[in-house]
Design a protein around this ligand. Structure first.
Ligand code: WT7
Length: 648
């Protein structure tokens, strides 16, 4: 059994939730009076323009609605309401990879957002409900753009800058976005890189919906401009007024879309609401990070992922805290970069991914010792299971045994943390996300809807709605119902299934065991194997393909492709073919989905009805023994043949 670490006593004394009794008491309150609990939270935490009349409407399951009748604007929650007391406080501290710094106070941020909101309204005719794509690097203008959309009720959809032009185009078309906000480029690993050319490429085909592009100049490299379509932010923003009234939004009006991969088909546009989402951002900042008035919070994610949305922008700003935004990589100019930044900015809560911890552990084990990290109070991890080795290094070397580690389990669809320790209360264990937050009815169940006994794997489900849950998939309600409410039932009723497997350990702690579907997690990024397969199938010489995950010591999982080639012609040309396959991936998805292992095989294990036995392929890629019955395969010998190839 793994070791248990109690929270730091001095920290607990000051924390909002100070011990397990208080934690249990809150959870009990939520269980006994579910709607009453959320009613209290929503009244206490949100600055409403108009009060709601109904806490939760469950009449049209699973299309749940929260805080109906209420009006608010998320930017009032994140900016407007702070101006009285915090106008000259740093809202964002930004550091460029080149060391350049910008500090933006709450008042400055408020004005910046207003100017951009006015620009979108006046120049680009953006109205409430219109979709705006942001294809941005990690610069403060990304925050301005998100908040400016929220101010006028436009729905932002951020596309991570590592996605290719083709991936960007799919999202522009799916969302029928009217405007793209981008930058010429930014800096990474000490070099400038470009973003705008991908926008030009994306807009070449099928994007009639999108008439305008707004470009922030960051690296001042030469780029093409299309007159009448492209506008330079830096040149026109100051013509706009710094005053702009917030659009009163209904609680359920969408705040943003964010595309994420599923086990089938194209990425899905996860829709989040206004009130439930912002309540969650704030609720979890308070409970999981226990952020206080003068704290400086740093989440190292990219704004292109949900973690960046909730814990770089909306959460910290809703709290009136100071948020750090860093443009570059953790290893530039050396592996001490992050620790140096923690020292310099006196960071109090630090939130990152296991893959980064593993990388910095491997490359710069003793680097943290050189820095004063005593400002740290809470350390967070997210995105994938964290191995005990990395956890211990994080705990000992970064937290210096004084900080709780909050291993936060959640998803794009949940909007914010769902299962996590509370740093002042929960005794923590390496490798466990511990317990559901108060008000979250998470349960591990089997096929029959019964809770699994300790030590047995089951399906991680959420059996009651929660305020920040996904509301729908953009343009595809059927897919929403099928993807999340199709697989698991409890007491005969469909419940939300996360796609993850999990189990209770001997002490009843939750251990996440990973995805149970055809989704893989590469460096904390979610990739659908079906998407990768459909790209590879475009290669003229690919007859059949199957993609699964394989263990990777830094990335968590790598991409493992089994390829059956057409005819015999390409034998001996495998290296060229791997390069071509990766070029296709780069073009159609982006380098994040690059193939780590390619195995050319004579065939795939299939049942007599032609279904690929993916479980066998997963086991082979993991180097596990095959325990499945292979006698029902169309060609039972194929498994041995593939295994022999792996062994040589
Ligand atoms: C998937 C969600 C949540 C923001 C980042 C990723 C995995 C997430 C943990 C954790 C084990 C985790 C799950 C989940 N995951 N956090 N603490 N321990 N696994 O968001 O792209 O929506 O991916 O990431 O498999 O389903 P996402």
């Amino acid at each position: 059994m793994s070791q248990i670490f109690e929270p730091n006593r001095d920290f607990s004394r000051e924390a909002r939730i100070k011990n397990m009794c208080e934690f249990k008491e809150l959870s009990l309150q939520a269980e006994e009076n579910f709607e009453g609990y959320w009613d209290k939270m929503a009244k206490e935490k949100i600055d409403w323009f108009e009060p709601y009349d109904t806490v939760l409407d469950e009449s049209n399951r699973p299309f749940y609605k929260w805080f109906i009748g209420g009006k608010l604007n998320v930017t009032h929650q994140c900016l407007g309401r702070h101006l009285d007391r915090r106008k000259n406080k740093a809202a964002i501290i930004w550091e460029g990879e080149d060391g350049k710094k910008r500090i933006i106070t709450y008042l400055q941020l408020y004005y910046r957002v207003n100017r951009l909101a006015n620009l979108m309204k006046n120049k680009f005719d953006i109205k409430k409900g219109d979709r705006v794509i942001l294809y941005m690097p990690m610069i403060p203008e990304a925050a301005f753009a998100m908040l400016a959309c929220a101010k006028i009720g436009a729905i932002h959809s951020i596309v991570f800058g590592g996605f290719s032009a083709d991936a960007l185009r799919d999202r522009i078309i799916d969302a029928s976005a009217k405007l793209i906000i981008t930058a010429d480029g930014a800096f990474r690993r000490g070099k400038p890189y470009m973003l705008k050319p991908a926008v030009d490429e994306a807009l070449k085909e099928g994007c009639e919906c999108c008439k305008k592009v707004l470009i922030v100049q960051r690296n001042f490299e030469d780029i093409d401009y299309t007159p009448g379509r492209d506008y330079v932010y830096n040149e026109i923003i100051m013509n706009e007024s710094q005053h702009c009234d917030p659009e009163p939004m209904d609680s359920e009006d969408p705040l943003f879309l964010l595309y994420t991969s599923g086990s089938t088909g194209k990425p899905k546009g996860v829709m989040h609401s206004s009130a439930g989402y912002i309540l969650w951002a704030q609720y979890t900042m308070e409970h999981v990070f226990d952020v206080k008035e003068n704290d400086t919070f740093w989440c190292t994610a990219d704004v292109g992922w949900i973690t960046g949305h909730t814990y770089i922008i909306y959460g910290p700003l809703a709290m009136g805290a100071t948020t750090i935004m860093y443009e570059g990589t953790p290893t530039f100019p050396d592996t001490g970069r992050w620790w140096k930044m923690i020292e310099e900015h006196r960071v109090n809560q630090f939130y990152t991914a296991p893959t980064a911890i593993r990388l910095l552990h491997k490359l710069g084990k003793n680097e943290p010792k050189k820095y004063d990290l005593s400002s740290l109070k809470v350390l967070g991890t997210v995105g994938e299971p964290i191995n005990p080795d990395a956890w211990m290094w994080y705990y000992n070397e970064i937290g210096r045994k004084n900080c709780s580690i909050v291993d936060t389990w959640w998803q794009t669809e949940t909007g914010g943390h769902m299962i996590s320790p509370l740093p002042g209360a929960t005794p923590i264990k390496p490798g466990s996300a511990t317990f559901p937050l108060p008000g979250i009815m998470a349960e591990i169940i089997d096929e029959n809807g019964n809770q699994t006994p300790k030590g047995e794997k089951g399906f991680l489900c959420i059996t009651k709605p929660w305020p920040s849950m996904i509301r729908n998939i953009w343009g595809d309600s059927d897919r929403y119902v099928k993807s999340y409410f199709g697989d698991c039932k409890k007491d005969g009723k469909s419940v939300y299934f996360s796609g993850d497997g999990a189990m209770y350990d001997d002490d009843g702690y939750i251990v996440i065991t990973g995805r149970t579907d055809d989704v893989i997690n590469v460096s904390g990024h979610r990739l659908g194997t079906a998407e990768i397969e459909s790209v590879l199938a475009h290669h003229f010489n690919v007859a059949e393909v199957a993609v699964v995950g394989c263990p990777d010591p830094i990335k968590g999982e790598g991409v493992f492709a089994y390829i059956v080639i057409k005819g015999e012609d390409s034998i001996g040309e495998e290296i060229e073919m791997i390069q071509e396959l990766n070029a296709l991936i780069k073009k159609e998805i982006g380098n994040i989905a690059k193939l780590d292992v390619v195995l050319f095989v004579p065939g795939l294990p299939k049942t007599r009805s032609g279904k690929i036995m993916r479980r066998i392929l997963r086991s082979i890629a993991k180097g596990e023994e095959i325990t499945q019955d292979t006698s029902t395969l169309e060609d039972p010998l194929i498994v041995d043949k593939i295994q022999n190839l792996v062994n040589c």
